[in-house]
Ligand binder design. Structure first.
Ligand code: CAA
Length: 257
């Protein structure tokens, strides 16, 4: 598949998507988002890939939804073009996705990173929801996921007053998993992706689903859901292999079945 706005490659068992609109600081226009969703869906269906990394450039992960594309929009055109609905395809990706973020992760860029399962940041990363400066609010999850991640106090400052978080602050507030120097953040993200890709594939998929259920279900329903997924894994060959390998003090070999 050839893409105009992204680059794709596989390293080990990590499928990597690089956002590639450098002149617009990877602003997320419709074409780029469509290509990104297509690429992630293709990796999701590729047995050679166990985990994905979405990254940008050192200067910008992504500076937000494309303002030039939205500037003359009306509520009707936003709705009929399904401007944000396209992003919902991310929720259908079963394998884990790591955002490797350097430089600007603003507006939709920050929302895209938060919609991934983990964030590995470079020391130069800046996270912000500055939509208020444009006379709007975040529309792709910023008010919700940011508040769940960093709490109300910090989220209110970011959304109401366009406060940016540095990488160190983002780590302190639990928004990101790890921070590395800019020279190595991407290879560390790919290393982490390959580590996860080396684990029991069906369990990884259900583990992601179970953790994400926290954001969508009340506790009682989430606990029931987790229990069903746990029981379900006893139907996999990997559960038999993992437990037998433990008992016999050897390393397991996963088959993903
Ligand atoms: N959309 C479209 N183009 C963008 C863009 C965006 N979100 N962000 C940057 N660009 C473009 C600029 O227009 C500029 O293009 P030209 O050279 O053709 O003029 C190019 O990228 C470089 O940008 P700057 O010259 O502004 O670079 P800078 O280093 O001076 O500033 C910046 C960088 C602070 C990121 C600044 O570009 C900026 O503030 N960008 C907008 C950030 C923003 O408001 N994001 C939220 C968008 S709305 C949204 O995302 C809604 C949602 O929830 C889905």
């Amino acid at each position: 598949m050839t893409y105009e706005n992204i680059l794709t490659r596989v390293e080990g068992r990590a499928g990597i998507v690089t956002l590639n609109r450098p002149k617009a600081l990877n602003a997320l226009n419709r074409e780029l988002m469509t290509e990104l969703m297509d690429a992630l869906a293709a990796f999701d269906g590729d047995p050679a890939v166990g985990c994905m990394v979405v990254t940008g450039s050192e200067r910008a992960f992504a500076a937000g939804a494309d303002i030039k594309e939205m500037a003359t929009a009306t509520p009707t055109t936003m709705m009929t073009n399904s401007f944000i609905d396209l992003w919902d395809r991310l929720r259908g990706v079963g394998k884990p996705i790591i955002a490797a973020v350097s430089g600007f992760a603003l507006g939709g860029g920050c929302e895209l990173a938060m919609a991934c399962d983990m964030i590995v940041a470079s020391e130069t990363a800046q996270f912000g929801q500055p939509e208020i400066n444009l006379g709007v609010i975040p529309g792709a999850g910023g008010t919700q996921r940011m508040t769940l991640a960093v709490g109300k106090a910090v989220a209110m400052e970011m959304v109401l007053n366009a406060r940016y978080l540095s990488a160190a602050e983002a780590l302190q507030h639990g928004l990101v998993n790890r921070v590395y120097p800019v020279e190595v953040y991407l290879e560390e993200a790919i290393r982490l992706a390959n580590e996860i890709a080396g684990r029991a594939p069906v369990a990884v998929r259900l583990a992601k689903e179970a953790v994400n259920a926290v954001f969508e279900m009340p506790l009682r329903a989430g606990l029931d859901h987790e229990r069903r997924l746990f029981y379900l894994l006893f139907g996999t060959a990997d559960q038999k292999e993992g437990m037998e390998a433990f008992v016999n003090k050897r390393r397991p070999t996963w088959t993903g079945s």
